[in-house]
Design a protein around this ligand. Structure first.
Ligand code: HEC
Length: 136
């Protein structure tokens, strides 16, 4: 029994359960995600419509993923850090492209930023029975 408990503890450590128990504050991550949920699709439409207000949305999203970057760094989840980095880089590129009237570049960056959503959610987001989400 004692041996089993030892193995279970090792297993918990290895699978990251011990890390999850000390997960960093999710408030800012969640705020950023809510913003992303509201803004990212609309941003795509604005780019397609060559609407210059897209730059402000991209800037806000860049900020949201900077928070996400900090969060996953604290979680010591390298994949989450990488996806957050890609998102911040691409949103920054969108702001610049929009300012320069390079709409095709903006659309390409938007596509790359949007690809991070599914990738990271697949790895780090769990939908609960009540429809809310938790970090995994
Ligand atoms: C680096 C990882 C990562 C990336 C990239 C990411 N998400 Fe998330 N997202 C999460 C995690 C983790 C949660 C669960 C948050 C929680 O429960 O606190 C989440 C939750 C959400 C939620 C639900 C928020 C709520 O509580 O109502 C929305 C909406 C969302 N993400 C949208 C997006 C969109 C849109 C993108 C892409 C533009 C995106 N996310 C990119 C990790 C990520």
């Amino acid at each position: 029994m004692k041996k089993f408990a030892g193995i279970a503890a090792m297993f918990a450590l290895c699978t990251g359960l011990a890390v999850a128990a000390k997960a960093p504050d999710e408030t800012k991550l969640r705020e950023g995600m809510k913003l992303a949920g509201k803004t990212n699709g609309a941003l795509g439409k604005k780019i397609a419509a060559k609407d210059a207000t897209a730059a402000a949305d991209a800037k806000a999203l860049e900020g949201a993923f900077k928070e996400s970057h900090k969060f996953f760094k604290k979680m010591k989840a390298a994949d989450g850090v990488d996806w957050s980095k890609t998102a911040t880089t691409e949103y920054a590129a969108i702001s610049k492209a929009v300012a320069a009237g390079k709409w095709e570049d903006a659309a390409a960056s938007h596509k790359k930023a949007s690809a991070t959503c599914m990738a990271c959610h697949g790895a780090h987001r769990e939908k609960l029975a009540d429809g809310s989400y938790k970090v995994k």
